[in-house]
Write a protein that binds this ligand. Structure first.
Ligand code: NCD
Length: 307
C-alpha cells in the first residue's frame, strides 16, 4: 500500500507518468461508460476536518464509480469524536478498522501524516493546513499536460496568496522535475512563496521572478495559476482585508495573455477571476475540477497497489 502525503513523493518521473497515464485511461473509460469496478468490495472513508466541495466530492465520486462503498464525516471537527478531544492517531486507529483507504483533510500542517504510522491502510492527505495538498497538485499536473500537451518549457505565473497556497507547495517539487520551466511568483511580499519551496528551485538552478507586476507576468506566461487569499489562515482579519482583492484577473487582461495559454485555479474563487472570463477558451478551471475525478480514481488505485 502507499500513503499519499506530499507532492514530493511524486517527484519521480516514472511513477508520476504511470499515474497520469492511468488517469487518462480512466477518463476514456468513464466517457465510454465502461469503468471497471476495480474497488469492488472496498470501503473508502473520507474524514474532513475542514470545508471542501471538490476534493471530498471528487474522491467520493471516484470511489463510487470504481465500485467502492463509502463512509464519510464531512464536518469531522464538530461531528466526530475529535470534538470530544480524540487525537488524530486514535481516530485513525479506529477508522482503519472500518475502511480500506482513509482520505483526510485537517487544518493543522503535518497532521494527516501523523495518522500514517498507526494505520495499516493507506492514508491520503486531502490538504493539511497551509502545508500540502498533493492530490490537487497531481490533478493540476494532469491538467497542464492535457491543456499544453507537455510539462516542459512552460512559463508559469503563480498569483495571489503563495504563502498559504498548499496546492502550489505540493506542485513545485513535481513540476520542477521537468526541464525548461520558469516561474513568476506574483504576490504581495507578505504572502510570498516560503523559502523552503523556493529552495527546491534554486537547488535545481531554475529561475524564478518574485514580483507584484501582474501584467508583465501575464504577457510572458503559458499557465496562469490564480489562488484564493486563504482567509481562514490569517491571524488578524485587517491583514486579510488588505490583501484579499489585490490580484483580480479581469476580462481586459485576456488581451495581454498569449493566445495559447491556460488560466487555472484550484477553486473556490472568491474575487480572483472575473466570471466574464469563463467563456474564454483559456479559462481552464472548471476543466481542471473535472480532471480531479480521473486523477483521484488513479490515486485511489495507486494507494492500494492496484496500479
Ligand atoms: C484548495 C484548497 O483546499 O487548498 N481548494 C481545493 O482543494 N480545490 C484551494 C482553496 O481552498 O483556496
Amino acid at each position: 500500500m502507499n500513503h499519499i502525503l506530499t507532492g514530493g513523493q511524486f517527484a519521480d518521473r516514472e511513477l508520476l507518468e504511470k499515474i497520469l497515464d492511468k488517469a487518462e485511461e480512466l477518463e476514456n473509460l468513464k466517457k465510454k461508460n465502461t469503468l471497471p469496478k476495480l474497488l469492488d468490495g472496498k470501503v473508502v472513508a473520507t474524514l474532513f476536518f475542514e470545508p471542501s466541495t471538490r476534493t471530498r466530492l471528487s474522491f467520493e465520486s471516484a470511489s463510487v464509480r470504481l465500485g467502492a462503498g463509502l463512509i464519510s464525516t464531512e464536518n469531522a471537527s464538530a461531528n466526530s469524536s475529535a470534538f470530544k478531544g480524540e487525537t488524530i492517531e486514535d481516530t485513525v486507529r479506529v477508522v482503519e478498522k472500518y475502511a480500506d483507504i482513509i482520505v483526510m483533510r485537517h487544518p493543522e500542517s503535518g497532521s494527516v501524516a501523523r495518522g500514517a504510522p498507526v494505520s495499516s491502510v493507506p492514508i491520503i492527505n486531502a490538504g493539511d493546513g497551509a502545508h500540502e495538498h498533493p492530490t490537487q497538485a497531481m490533478l493540476d499536473t494532469y491538467t497542464i499536460k492535457k491543456e499544453m500537451g507537455t510539462l516542459e518549457n512552460i512559463t508559469f505565473a503563480f498569483v495571489g496568496d503563495l504563502l498559504y497556497a498548499r496546492t502550489l507547495h505540493s506542485f513545485l517539487p513535481i513540476i520542477s522535475m521537468y526541464p525548461g520551466n520558469r516561474f513568476y511568483f506574483v504576490s504581495p511580499k507578505e504572502l510570498s512563496m516560503p523559502d523552503e519551496y523556493k529552495k527546491i528551485l534554486t537547488e535545481k538552478n531554475i529561475s524564478y521572478t518574485e514580483t507584484t507586476d501582474l501584467d508583465e507576468a501575464l504577457k510572458n506566461s503559458d499557465v496562469v495559476y490564480m489562488t484564493r487569499v486563504q482567509k481562514e489562515r490569517f491571524k488578524d482579519l485587517p491583514n486579510y482585508e488588505k490583501f484579499k482583492d489585490m490580484f483580480l484577473l479581469k476580462h481586459e487582461h485576456l488581451k495581454l495573455m498569449k493566445e495559447r495559454s491556460v488560466i487555472m485555479h484550484p477553486l473556490p474563487r472568491v474575487n480572483e477571476i472575473d466570471p466574464a472570463i469563463d467563456a474564454d477558451s483559456r479559462a481552464g478551471y472548471f476543466r481542471q475540477a473535472e480532471n480531479g475525478l480521473y486523477v483521484r480514481m488513479a490515486l485511489l488505485l495507486y494507494s492500494l497497489d492496484i496500479i
